[in-house]
Design a protein around this ligand. Structure first.
Ligand code: ADP
Ligand code: NI
Length: 213
């Protein structure tokens, strides 16, 4: 069992790591992923220590923010906090499988990975997901919407990382696809409501854009 003080220390660690980041990879994102993962675990089971550590540390080596060779930041935290080699390997394995990469995304091969991936994706949809998408677009100086600009389908990982889209196109390239990519039944249920909220957001957005409301 990992003691509660280690999870508190993990939160302090990532708060320091993400200090000043405006791209949506903030401290509170990782805490929300942790909290949603704990909720999913209550229904689906899985090793709670591995799930909680992986959720809190899942963006600690994100390639958009850090120049990490092999999950250096996550490993450093776990080394410094006496996490066993066995648990460390399972946590790193989970983290390595969860990221969204267009059609190169993988289905994690552990229950813990499936749950943390679901939790990360739930935080990309619904009201929070909408907020994060516009915050990300703003941080890259991207336009919200450009009428007539098409979106890309079936992107591979490199295209997904490199192409510059509008934030509205990001809904069609990622956010609206996530509901059907949930691994666990508990997450699928939570995704339904968040998905409907995004659909009504888009409907309202276009109506206002066209001066109709
Ligand atoms: P992941 O944690 O799956 O790797 P990303 O790092 O791709 O997710 O994205 C982090 C957040 O920024 C998510 O909420 C995501 O939807 C949003 N985001 C990523 N790329 C874009 C984009 N091109 N336009 C708008 N929002 C984006
Ligand atoms: Ni994340």
């Amino acid at each position: 069992m990992v003691s509660e003080s280690v999870f508190d220390a993990a939160k302090d660690y990532i708060r320091d790591l993400f200090e000043g980041d405006g791209s949506g990879h903030d401290y509170f994102h990782s805490v929300r992923v942790h909290d949603v993962a704990v909720t999913i675990q209550a229904t689906e089971g899985g090793d709670l220590d591995v799930i909680r550590l992986a959720a809190l540390l899942h963006d600690a080596d994100d390639r958009k923010l850090f120049d990490s060779a092999d999950h250096d930041n996550a490993r450093r935290f776990m080394d410094d906090n006496g996490i066993s080699d066995d648990v460390q390997e399972r946590v790193v394995h989970v983290i390595s499988q969860i990221s969204f990469k267009g059609k190169d995304s993988v289905v994690p091969d552990s229950l813990e990975g499936k749950i943390v991936q679901d939790a990360d994706r739930l935080d990309a949809i619904g009201a929070i997901g909408i907020g994060r998408a516009f915050a990300y677009g703003g941080s890259r100086s991207r336009p919200m919407h450009v009428p007539g600009q098409g979106f890309l389908e079936d992107m591979d990982a490199e295209t997904y990382y490199s192409h510059e889209n509008t934030t509205i196109n990001h809904f069609y390239e990622k956010l609206l696809l996530l509901k059907d990519m949930m691994n666990t039944p508990a997450a699928r249920d939570m995704a339904e409501g968040r998905h409907r909220f995004m659909e009504s957001f888009l409907e309202e957005f276009y109506a206002e854009w066209d001066g109709q409301r």
